[in-house]
Design a protein around this ligand. Sequence first.
Ligand code: HEC
Length: 285
Amino acid sequence: MMWRVALPLATAFAVSLLALAPITRAADAVNPEADKKAFQKFFTDKFPKVKFDDFVNGPYSMNEDLHKQWEEKEQFPPYEFSLEAGKEMFSKPFKNGKSYEDCFPNKGIGIRQNYPYFDEKEGKVVTLELALNRCREANGEAPFSYVKDEMAALTAYMAYTSRGKPMDIKIPSDPRALEAYEKGKEYFYTRRGQLNFSCATCHVQSPGERIRAEILAPALGILNAMPIYRSEWSGMGTTSRRFTTCNSQIRGVPLSPQDDEYRNVEYYLSYVSNGLPISGPGARP
Ligand code: HEC
């Protein structure tokens, strides 16, 4: 499954990414709020016809034909099976009689937009997938694989109960939170792998362009629809699955799911998408 690098993509990248001034040097003050504004403006300027809330639809936001396909798909959503399974799993008691509801604020309903969050006790970013597995372990259950169906089903249900709520990621005034944000940002813009691509090469520089048969999603709102059903996977994919797949695509070595760096990159990407509605679970070509 090798594919050739589209050269114009790599060269054009250097120029416009500079314009976005992505990586702050250590001496510069970190200013997430200013970052977020610049980031959102970059995409709304680049795609003036795309409605703000539509960026969450990934590749489907990028042109009208695709958008029609998305509308058709939503009539018989391929993630429905997973959503039903997730709903059932979510309220079913563990062996000790407790359930996921006991681990989350508001019994886990309508809270997807607050994840990931920075945990000041642990000093690290906690994603929804991680919080779900911690809940299982705290209640004597074995953790689920981060890249398989059970985790996708649970997050699908939690996203569904939060649909339409604007992403609302907080950065508490704790230097470690700012550092996690900054590291996530750095990870996102750093080139790696044999193809020497960064996440931004594809999702900031080239959204709307084709790679093999796929249309690249814009980085703005890129996590709002997670988890997603993909025809190519014939099934659901979690955020962890998507991150590791993207790293493999550039012939890089993926990190383990929920590695600190992935947690940080999820924190960064979610923060700069604040204000965009949760739309998960999503369906993709
Ligand atoms: C070589 C290009 C490439 C690179 C580099 C890349 N991706 Fe992707 N990514 C894709 C393709 C192709 C897809 C599937 C089509 C789409 O949705 O963009 C995708 C999809 C995604 C999605 C799901 C979007 C959606 O709405 O369906 C996320 C999230 C994502 N990538 C995150 C990342 C992150 C984080 C990185 C860096 C670790 C990264 N990608 C690096 C090519 C890339």
